[in-house]
Design a protein around this ligand. Structure first.
Ligand code: ZN
Ligand code: ZN
Length: 696
């Protein structure tokens, strides 16, 4: 028996399904778009019917071509139609949207409205609103919102979610909240999406408000809700709420879900409970890349960088492939350890496995290089990025600032403004510290008083502290003190310490003493302050003061942390403490150091013995200075690295004045770039000059 000839409706049905007809018989495989089959049908239609006269068939063909990515074929059919209905417009618009040409969607929408008698339906509006989000056409988006409210289409969840998503993209909380509030009743999808959106933009209070609404309306929580709510608890560092949610998850037996489990790990990590995070990780039956990355992040956030790197190795042993977020965490660990060689290795990995184009990876690379002292490499990564977000720009600006390259930092900032990227809170911290570094008092105040206001950024304690640094660095110490005393904000110890450092550099003994007293009132155990104050006394040769401070420290049982320096040569890290003789190469190192000191003395180096204990002989003081850990590390680096290679040293304390002077001379006579990251900043020594401009 012959099968009956398909009717035109039958063709439409076949065409409608053509994009998703299965190629394979495996029912669990995702549907394959079957363009070939569709084209065959199209050819058949052209032979057997007057295709252009049938709107339904043509709509189905447009749908077929649009979904298969043949947008120009879809457009041709659309343009040739003698008459079109709402579905024709909707199919082509959806096609353009999925094809990534959102502007075309908007221009079609305008032409459709010109036709007059067609009223857009919910599908068209959802597509148009999503297109507005994509190309950031905020005004058009808001007009759509107004139409949606007038036409009653707000009750369609498609439209509502497109609107919420749009406001999320525009970070416009009021808009999103108004969409949310306009809807009577609450559904799970909008709630999840709203909480997530608020969380993403740091509007925690609003997220809590939505959560409250969910609880009041007895909305059932699914695993997505649990994941987002745990994220919220983490951001708020609300351990109590987090534990309540965890408890609920346990009673509902949802902990086995790998995403929920990972969110639990993440929540405990953010709340500083690394043991609980680890327990949650150990309890997971199935671990995927998300859970591994969550536990690494937890260790990273709690300062256990090496542990995080070890877990990375375990993960590879387990056969789980890292993703871009895993690499980002690893790179950030390297940044914190200033493990440049390890970071370099990871860079090679991400390049090889194609993760470098990911924004998070690019940003983490910039962070790693700039914090490990390789600002040039950071700059290379930045220049090669296809997309940059505000984090990329901020990392570059603060990276340059940290390296004392204020001019470069400000240049990047100007460049950022020309691209239309909107600076945020953190951007201005970098910009103001660059101004401080360059002594640009007027510019700094301009950014602080005008530009930040213009951009709607409320200054916080970090910005105020930058202003203190700006004034201090310019030697305007009294102004800096007045600024602190007259600005009614919650100052922390950092601002006062900035001023104290300035007192040391500018040898302002009187103010220094006053400032130190304030700091010690705020924090009586602040070792750094005792040391700074003692140095100030020593500089003006007030030995009685030095003795008093040391007695005070002894009485309060405050010990100076021993100076430690690290240097990475080839694949191992070498650690030096002052007067170290445990290193296998120690006699060679001491010999090299003695040789260097003798050489630099010839070109003007005079050991600065003011900062050493006063109650020993001068000769002995010199010896104490000679064997500071950073000098040992530098000598070791010079012996063990090829001529001309830069030397990277990390030190736990601030570099002392004598080591600073000596390193300048050493960089000159050896023709090497020596980069020291001390407790406060980077010092890049080259040809006898330090990038900090002798101010630290
Ligand atoms: Zn030193
Ligand atoms: Zn320096």
């Amino acid at each position: 028996m012959r099968s009956p000839k398909p009717t035109s409706d039958g063709y439409s049905l076949l065409l409608k399904n053509a994009p998703f007809l299965f190629k394979s018989s495996n029912a669990s495989a995702p549907p394959q778009k079957n363009l070939k089959f569709g084209q065959l049908l199209h050819a058949h239609l052209i032979r057997t019917t007057q295709i252009h006269e049938n709107v339904f068939q043509t709509n189905s063909l447009i749908n077929l071509y649009a979904k298969c990515g043949r947008i120009s074929s879809a457009r041709r059919l659309f343009d040739e139609m003698p008459e079109r209905n709402i579905v024709s417009w909707s199919a082509l618009m959806a096609g353009y949207f999925h094809y990534g040409t959102a502007t075309e969607v908007l221009s079609l929408f305008v032409s459709m409205n010109d036709v007059g008698f067609l009223r857009p339906n919910e599908y068209i509006l959802a597509t148009v609103i999503s297109s507005c989000s994509d190309i950031r056409a905020f005004e058009e988006g808001k007009q759509c919102h107004a139409y949606v409210l007038k036409s009653g289409l707000i009750f369609h969840s498609y439209v509502r979610n497109a609107l919420i998503y749009m406001y999320r993209r525009f970070s416009d909380v009021d808009g999103a909240l108004s969409v949310f509030k306009a809807v009577p009743g609450v559904d799970l999808f909008s709630c999840n999406s709203m909480i997530y959106g608020f969380l993403e933009h740091g509007y925690f209070h609003e997220a809590l408000e939505v959560l409250g609404k969910m609880v009041n309306h007895l909305v059932y929580w699914d695993h997505v809700t649990y994941v987002t709510v745990l994220g919220l608890c983490g951001c708020l560092k609300d351990l109590k709420l987090g534990m309540q949610v965890h408890n609920q998850i346990l009673t509902r037996d949802m902990e086995w879900n790998v995403y929920v489990g990972s969110a639990i790990i993440d929540m405990y990590g953010k709340c500083g409970k690394i043991v609980s995070a680890r327990n949650a990780f150990d309890r997971l039956l199935v671990r995927n890349v998300v859970s591994w990355t969550a536990i690494m992040t937890a260790y990273f956030q709690n300062g256990s960088f090496e542990e995080a790197l070890n877990i990375f190795l375990d993960m590879q042993v387990d056969g789980v492939q890292p993703n871009e977020l895993t690499y980002a965490v690893m790179l950030n660990c390297c940044a914190s350890l200033a493990a440049l060689r390890h970071g370099d290795l990871l860079n090679a990995h991400v390049e090889k496995f194609g993760f470098k184009a990911h924004l998070v990876v690019g940003n983490a690379l910039i962070n790693m290089y700039s914090k490990s002292g390789s600002i040039d490499d950071a700059c290379k990564v930045f220049a090669s990025m296809l997309y940059r977000d505000v984090v990329s720009w901020n990392s570059m600006i603060s990276g340059y600032s940290r390296h004392g390259l204020g001019n470069e930092a400000l240049k990047v900032f100007q460049h950022m403004l020309t691209t239309g990227m909107v600076p945020n809170y953190i951007t201005f911290v970098g910009v103001l510290s660059a101004c401080a570094h360059l002594g640009l008092v007027n510019d700094g105040f301009y950014y602080f008083n005008h530009l930040m206001k213009e951009m709607g950024i409320r200054p916080g304690v970090e910005h105020y502290t930058c202003i203190v640094g700006l004034l201090s660095r310019a030697g305007l110490l009294d102004e800096a003190e007045n600024f602190i005393r007259s600005t009614p904000i919650q100052w922390d110890v950092v601002a006062w310490r900035t001023l104290l450092t300035a007192c040391q550099v500018h040898r302002n003994f009187g103010l220094g003493k006053k400032v130190a007293e304030v700091i010690l009132q705020l924090n009586p155990d602040d070792v750094g302050t005792y040391i700074l104050l003692s140095n100030i006394y020593a500089k003006v040769r007030r030995w009685d003061g030095v003795v008093r401070i040391r007695k005070l420290m002894r009485g309060r049982d405050i010990k100076k942390e021993p100076g430690v320096s690290w240097i990475q040569v080839r694949n191992s890290t070498h650690v030096f403490v002052s007067e170290d003789n445990k290193h296998p190469q120690w006699s060679q190192i001491y010999e090299k150091l003695a040789e260097l000191i003798a050489q630099i003395k010839l070109i003007g180096y005079v050991p600065d013995i003011a900062t050493v204990l006063h109650d020993v002989e001068d000769e002995q003081k010199e010896e104490y200075l000679q064997y500071h850990s950073e000098k040992l590390a530098i000598a070791f680096g010079l012996i063990n690295t090829p001529l001309g290679a830069p030397i990277h040293v990390i030190k736990n304390l601030r570099i002392c004045e004598d080591c600073h002077i000596a390193t300048k001379f050493i960089s000159d006579i050896t023709d090497r770039k020596i980069i020291i990251r001390d407790a406060n900043r980077f010092h890049c020594f080259e040809s006898g000059i330090c990038s900090c401009g002798d101010y630290w």
